[in-house]
Design a protein around this ligand. Sequence first.
Ligand code: 13P
Length: 287
Amino acid sequence: MLVSAAEMLKKAKAGKYAVGQFNINNLEWTKAILQTAQECNSPVILGVSEGAGKYMCGFTTVAAMVSAMVEELGITVPVALHLDHGSYEGAKKCINAGFSSIMFDGSHYPIEENIEKTKELAAACHVLGLSLEAEVGSIGGEEDGVVGMGECADPKECKMVADLGVDMLAAGIGNIHGKYPANWAGLSFETLEAISKEVGDMPLVLHGGTGIPADQIKRAISLGVAKINVNTECQLAFQEATREYIEAGKDLQGKGFDPRKLLAPGTEAIKAMVKTKMELFGSVGKA
Ligand code: 13P
């Protein structure tokens, strides 16, 4: 059964560790992440972007696949199926499709509109026992080949949005999606401390988990981060292992590609990467 992320994140914040959100794009990645969470006895959040949802034949298909996999694989650790960076319309679709957690990314709306829509979605989620993540201060990344430096959220705005009854809050602290530029200044712990002071017990979410040095991850957790999102690193692990496999000529068996064999090395690489992250985040054994 899929569960809301609220309870696991409350526990994580109190226990000073973080739960990993790993993004899924297909059956193989989903299976790899679920099996690793079970092996590590760790709670886990499966993130689905709107693009990945479309690719996998819609949110209803994704929810059905993940629920069935949890059952077929005998997964007993807490698993939340979470919409990543959802639009207002996407959030509503996922609420109806059987997701157990939603992120509404209203950071591009004026703050009043972000607040109004977040409030409405929080109420809709909570009636059904789902959790809601809101975002304040946009978390950038590469756009048209230009990598932004990462914004810092206004702690007062964070407090306003936290008070709307959301279950977790993503706040920009200089983090960005994808690879960090060589001259990246690092996370702003000053901002994180100020936000933590304002929002109290609210679990904070760190997006752009790929490529943040381990010491900064640990410090962020000690200052209230309870959920860390990782996507690019899954892609990189998968790409590297798949490339090695193809370059070694192992795919050419005279019968063309066997997808089960072709995707296996990449899937194993994702498993190893997820395990390393769960160890770093401190979630191993916390299910
Ligand atoms: P990365 O792709 O940088 O790991 O970020 C993932 C993320 O924050 C998804 O919301």
